[in-house]
Design a binder for this molecule. Structure first.
Ligand code: TXE
Length: 483
């Protein structure tokens, strides 16, 4: 039994409980054990955090972008020094395998700070000359930034927002998911240790309604960057509309993995399996619908099932584990309900469908589902159109590229997708016709942080990444001086 860690809010450089002194309990997904308790913050705590951020704004905005870039380097160095601790905490708090927490979550969190520090050093604003005047573009901070993040990639996604927000001179109130609070608190510890001025970064733990909602509607919050579910994103957008806050929404996905007839199945298979099940399928970029050309359907499915059933599901702390537990009992129940629905819709469960057999006793109270492959569903079945957000994929044949594109574009989402083919030109042409924010050809989650990241339709509003983040986290002001 691990001891229960009591976490605090970090406001104005001070660690403190919620004013109401209520708590939210945090559980380890792999064992169901109670591992932490966090402040159940309310609007009073949010008010204090926003006030601290406002008080710190002038001093922080007055620094040059180069000075702020140096602060990002300090945070990156201090976070890197605690990288293994980040990985262990993230794996414990999310149920994801330690190898994933180490290689993706911990490593990418450091990389996010380093990347935006470099973006700050390379940053140049524009000048536009006229015959009789000069236009100079200035990038000013937006002000107080409210950052709200989900439970699937906790520190990875929080750092993705914190780094550019700080670089462009904003101060921050961060509200991480109540399901995965631990690494957000570690980031606040790191920020305190490097001596970032009080109030520049504030952390408010709590649930969506009591802490998240007051942040999105707060009159002194100037910007909201939200990552989470589409339904919640709708609520956030409504709340943020008061006062016309700057808004970025990274929401859900129902991404297609398109396998053309000319693909080299064996060489692409490990990547296609990873795209299907990384982080137990709890990544909005996962390919949860696999569209396979009819001529290779049986060969592909046979090879895919072999690879899927070979994946080791189990103890997240074991270096050999490929899939860990789902984030919570209620999320597990939601995913299982979709598997039941799939059978009602005429689907056939080719593998998985429930808890893995042989889970050791220590993990019997964890939130487990084996990787599940469902065949035989119509492409417009609910399980093929709605986001399940678990280790579940549906398989669908197509006869030609046009049909694959039509199926891929059928959902209300438009976040990402991948196309696998030996004809990269044809793959590129298909990619241009997919209604999504990001398409990979013969790769998946191959990330250059300079590119625009975001979705269309129900997958979100706006783009972050590289200069898109710098633009979002600043207000471009034009000064025109007549000669
Ligand atoms: O989201 P929720 P979850 C999507 C993913 C899935 C979902 C999983 O596809 O659908 O997010 O994350 C807070 N006002 N993405 O279930 O419930 C809540 O406390 C203000 C897409 O956590 O929306 C948490 O901190 N805040 C993404 C955060 O919102 C509220 C990648 C998210 O919670 C709130 C990751 C409210 N009314 C997940 N209600 C991408 N596209 O990159 C809740 N919250």
């Amino acid at each position: 039994m691990s001891e229960v860690t009591e976490l605090s809010n970090f406001i104005g450089g001070q660690w403190r409980p919620a004013i109401c002194e209520h708590w939210i309990e945090d559980y380890a997904p792999a064992t169901g054990e109670h591992i932490a308790r966090i402040p159940c913050s309310s609007s009073e705590d949010v008010d204090d955090a926003v006030e601290a951020a406002m008080d710190a704004l002038g001093g922080w905005a007055a620094l040059s972008i180069l000075e702020r870039a140096k602060w990002l380097d300090k945070i990156a160095d201090a976070l890197d020094a605690r990288g293994e601790e980040v990985a262990q905490l993230e794996s414990l708090d999310t149920g994801k395998p330690i190898t994933l927490a180490r290689n993706v979550d911990a490593a990418r969190s450091v990389a996010n700070f380093r990347f935006f520090a470099e973006q700050g050093r390379e940053f140049e604003s524009e000048t536009f000359e006229m015959s009789d005047a000069t236009n100079r573009v200035l990038y000013k901070p937006v002000g107080v930034a409210g950052l709200i993040t989900p439970w699937n990639l906790p520190l990875y996604l929080l750092s993705w927002k914190v780094a550019p927000a700080l670089l462009m001179g904003n101060t921050i109130v961060a509200k991480p998911s109540e399901l995965t609070p631990m690494t957000a608190s570690l980031l606040a510890e790191v920020i305190e240790d490097v001596g970032l001025p009080d109030g520049v970064f504030n952390l408010v733990h709590g649930n969506g309604l009591d802490a998240g909602a007051p942040l999105t509607s707060h009159p002194d919050v100037d910007l909201i960057s939200f990552t989470g579910g589409t339904d919640t994103g709708r609520e956030v957008a409504k709340a943020a509309s008061s006062g016309f806050k700057k808004l970025s929404l990274e929401l859900g996905g129902k991404n297609a993995t398109i396998v053309r007839s000319d693909v080299d199945i064996e060489s692409m298979m490990p990547s296609i399996v990873r795209a299907s099940f990384l982080n137990q399928g709890q990544v909005c970029l996962c390919g949860s619908r696999i569209l396979i050309h009819e001529s290779i359907y049986d060969a592909f499915v046979g090879s895919f099932l072999t690879a899927v059933t070979d994946m080791i599901v189990g103890d997240p702390a074991d270096e050999e584990t490929v899939l860990g537990a789902l984030i919570s009992q209620s999320h597990r129940d939601k995913v299982l309900s979709y598997i039941d629905l799939a059978e009602q819709e005429g689907g056939e469960i080719l593998c998985g469908g429930g808890a893995p057999v042989g889970i050791p006793e220590a993990f019997e109270n964890g939130f487990w589902i084996s990787p599940t492959v469902i065949d035989g569903l119509a492409p417009d079945a609910r399980c093929a159109m709605e986001e399940i957000f678990g280790p579940v994929v549906t398989l669908h044949p197509f006869s030609d590229d046009q049909e694959a594109i039509e199926i891929a574009n059928m959902t209300d989402y438009g976040l990402a997708g991948s196309i696998w083919t030996s004809d990269v030109e044809a793959g590129g042409l298909m990619a241009e016709q997919i209604d999504s924010g990001m398409i990979w050809v013969n790769c998946w989650l191959h990330r250059d942080l300079r590119v625009p990241f975001g979705g269309v339709k129900n997958s979100g509003v706006g783009r972050e990444g590289g200069r898109w983040s710098l633009g979002f986290f600043s207000e471009a002001i034009n000064i025109c001086v007549k000669h």
